[in-house]
Ligand binder design. Structure first.
Ligand SMILES: O=C(O)CCC(=O)C1=CC=C[C@@H](O)[C@@H]1C(=O)O
Ligand SMILES: [Mg+2]
Length: 376
């Protein structure tokens, strides 16, 4: 039985090495909420809230997530005796959506649980892989030269596949030079919902680039539109923003809206739901991979753990810490060799949180003590 005694929310700000540009805007500085959760015996677990500063990717923001955590989610976790981390999401069922806030605290519960069992998080989730294959995501670049240079750098570093951001009207400018310079490169494009079915002719032209997939071409709530589009394209559609739950994944599979799903722990509300979606996709032989959220080391550690499940068969976006950060929050930092990240063997997330770095990045933090009838 898990009983939590104390929680700390850390509002942190980290500056990306280089800005990351997508069809809907650029990220320079990355705000996070880090959740630190302590049980009655002093075991500490960590989770990361991936919501951005503004609601461009999902409706959540750092501020809304803080409100959810402080006023609803922490009290629920304090109030209840939790038998297993798999039960946390059902405790949250009276709170609509707000998946990134939910995921942050659910991750911390999983970390405590794994540490109490003296096991790596990957193992308690059922993962068997000792290392995971990874790719790199490349934002929209200023020039063709910069684009090719960036792609070449990540290819040379060993990343197993490259994902590029595209936006309407820019497809050929971005994809054509990459294809001519790297004809065999496993390449995919992410549109972050920038297209509509009116752009069908433009989207059909993507087939010439032999992409592994086109990620989230249409609106997040358009599962039906993606089914219409998939019938017209040879390129497999991968859904990202559209999949916020097991039910969304089931619908997308039934409607044939996609051939691949990008599972992001934060977007689906936590590790338990991520695992359920993984299992469903495995049952339907629909490949999955683990997406990234420009994560700090804590989010990265959770992504590594979930990626050890056997049906994560496409290299994910979980790159090395140094891809985005001069200094990460964790020790050791995440490193990549020959396109692979070794899964840590220590209990829980398997990395130590570097308190000094955490303090350096902290804008403010708030401590919550459990005052709900605690008899221990
Ligand atoms: O963390 C990474 O390396 C992946 C970055 C990435 O592609 C994304 C992060 C966050 C929002 C989007 O821009 C995007 C995505 O849609 O997958
Ligand atoms: Mg995406």
């Amino acid at each position: 039985m898990l009983k939590f005694h104390r929680a700390v929310l850390h509002h942190i700000l980290m500056t990306l090495k280089t800005p990351f540009a997508a069809s809907s805007g650029s990220t320079f500085d990355r705000e996070f909420i880090i959740v630190e959760l302590q049980d009655k015996d002093g075991v500490i677990g960590w989770g990361e809230c991936s919501a951005f500063s503004s609601p461009w990717y999902t409706e959540e923001t750092t501020k809304t997530a803080w409100h959810m955590l402080e006023d609803f989610l922490i009290p629920i976790v304090f109030e209840n005796h939790i038998e297993h981390p798999e039960n946390v999401s059902s405790l949250f069922r009276t709170i609509k959506r707000n998946n990134m806030a939910k995921a942050a605290i659910e991750e911390a519960v999983w970390d405590v649980y794994a540490k109490r069992n003296n096991s790596p998080l990957a193992s308690v989730l059922g993962g068997k892989k000792r290392k995971i294959e990874v790719g790199a995501a490349v934002g929209i670049q200023q020039s063709e030269k910069e684009l090719l240079h960036t792609v070449e750098r990540y290819v040379n570093e060993g990343y197993k596949r490259i994902k590029v951001k595209i936006s309407p009207g820019m497809e050929d400018k971005i994809l054509s030079p990459i294809r001519s310079h790297f004809p065999m490169l496993p390449l995919m494009a992410d549109a972050n919902s920038a297209y509509t079915l009116e752009d069908l002719a433009q989207l059909k032209k993507l087939d010439q680039y032999d992409l592994l997939m086109i990620e989230q071409p249409l609106a997040a709530d358009d599962i039906f539109g993606h089914a219409v589009l998939q019938k017209e394209l040879n390129t497999p559609i991968c859904l990202d923003e559209s999949i916020t739950s097991y039910r969304d994944a089931k619908q997308a599979i039934e409607q044939k809206s996609c051939q691949i799903i990008n599972i992001k722990v934060s977007r689906v509300g936590g590790l338990t739901e991520a695992k359920r979606i993984h299992d469903l996709c495995k049952e339907h032989q629909l490949p999955v991979w683990c997406g990234g959220m420009l994560d700090s080391g804590i989010g990265r550690a959770h992504n590594i753990a979930i990626s050890t499940l056997d049906h994560f068969i496409i290299p994910g976006d979980t790159s090395a810490s140094s891809r985005y950060w001069v200094h990460d929050l964790i020790t050791p930092e995440v490193t990549m060799v020959d396109g692979c990240i070794e899964v840590p063997e220590k209990p829980g997330i398997g990395y130590e949180v570097n308190r000094e770095q955490l303090k350096r990045f902290t804008l403010c933090s708030k401590v919550f003590k459990n005052t709900f009838n605690v008899n221990y």
